[in-house]
Write a protein that binds this ligand. Structure first.
Ligand code: ADP
Length: 324
């Protein structure tokens, strides 16, 4: 029987198990045997693999985390480490590999695929930050966004009760997807994301006007990658500007990575996992599967990279109107 190995690599994200489930089911359907690699590239280098059957993936679709575990691997970044990974694959007679990972992991697979052309690799994009190019959505983003939204809804209750200002820092690395989405979905009075290079005088005036008109609560969403330097710096500025208001800071942090995936993420993960195997079965190699305009497409691994949000005029106007 032909073999497909699957691994999860890099930061975890909700929906990985749904994707593993789809890979295993599709591969078995097409008569492959499936091997799960433990701990991402670390497990590939040391040969930690286990056979995956349908019973291993029953009832995992709704679980956060990854049954295969994940890791960051310094060894895989160097040629010698990747050679060890290749040797393990050859030794185990595996020539099909599916990597579910972020842009770092996919960069790694791209390099690996150039070095060892006899392994067919398909990448699947996952990141809560949604900042992988070539796909409209990555696995985990929708869940992280929804987690942030329900957290901010709760903070609004307490902010309202005490007439407080809350500054909420959300994840997203250098991209503003989570912050922009969270801000819009919660009716935040301010959204600071790297892509807009927001003028602070404008923002502070806006907050002051909001405060005087509403006199109840203000919520400001700050993306972790915003150039203002995060929630604490912004809090100082607001204190200086608005006077001694009750300001609270909440850094949502790692709760955004966990939890049961949303229906959207489960379905996306299922479609991507399914099509990764389908394309592999048809002879595709060294591509990433992506979701673009309701279709699952492939793009060459070498073209995959990071992206930031592109905010057109309409999106900027929406932001301005909804926060003013
Ligand atoms: P993510 O995949 O979530 O973006 P990282 O950027 O930490 O997470 O990458 C995960 C792993 O992918 C790294 O620990 C490393 O093993 C591998 N990797 C990342 N970048 C490269 C690279 N340029 N060359 C080889 N391997 C890489």
């Amino acid at each position: 029987k032909r073999k497909i190995a699957v691994l999860t690599s890099g930061g975890d994200a909700p929906g990985l198990n749904a994707c593993i489930n789809a890979v295993v089911r599709t591969a078995i359907y097409y008569n492959y045997s499936v091997l799960g690699v433990r701990d991402g590239y670390e497990g590939l280098i040391t040969g930690r693999v286990m056979k995956l059957d349908l019973t291993d993936v029953n009832d995992i679709i709704h679980l956060g985390g990854t049954i295969l575990k994940t890791s960051r691997s310094e060894q895989f970044k160097i040629k010698e480490g990747r050679f060890l990974a290749y040797e393990q694959l050859k030794q185990k007679d595996i020539d099909h590999l599916i990597v579910i990972g972020g842009d770092g992991s996919l960069k790694g697979t791209s390099i690996f695929s150039k070095e060892y052309n006899d392994i067919s690799i398909i990448g699947i994009p996952k990141t809560i930050d949604n900042d992988i190019s070539g796909t409209d959505y990555s696995i985990g983003y929708d869940t992280a966004l929804n987690t942030a939204v329900s957290a901010v809804d709760k903070l609004r209750d307490t902010a309202e009760s005490h007439n407080r200002i809350f500054i909420v820092e959300v994840m997203g690395r250098d991209a503003g997807y989570i912050a922009y989405g969270t801000g819009l979905a919660t009716g935040a009075e301010g959204i600071l994301i790297p892509e807009t290079h927001m003028d602070h005088v404008y923002l502070l005036d806006n907050l002051r006007r909001n405060w005087h008109e509403k006199r109840s609560s203000l919520i400001l969403i700050v993306a972790e990658g915003d150039e203002t330097g995060g929630a604490r710096r912004v809090a100082e500025e607001i204190t200086n500007y608005l006077g001694n208001k009750e300001i609270r800071i909440s850094i949502l942090g790692h709760i955004q990575r966990g939890g049961s995936p949303t229906a959207f993420d489960r379905i996306l993960a299922t479609q991507l996992g399914n099509m990764a195997v389908t394309f592999l079965n048809k002879g595709a190699k060294n591509v990433m599967v992506g979701f673009q305009r309701q279709e699952i497409i492939t793009i060459p691994l070498k073209d995959v990279g990071r992206r930031s949000m592109s905010l057109n005029e309409k999106a900027l106007k929406l932001l301005e109107i909804m926060t003013s």
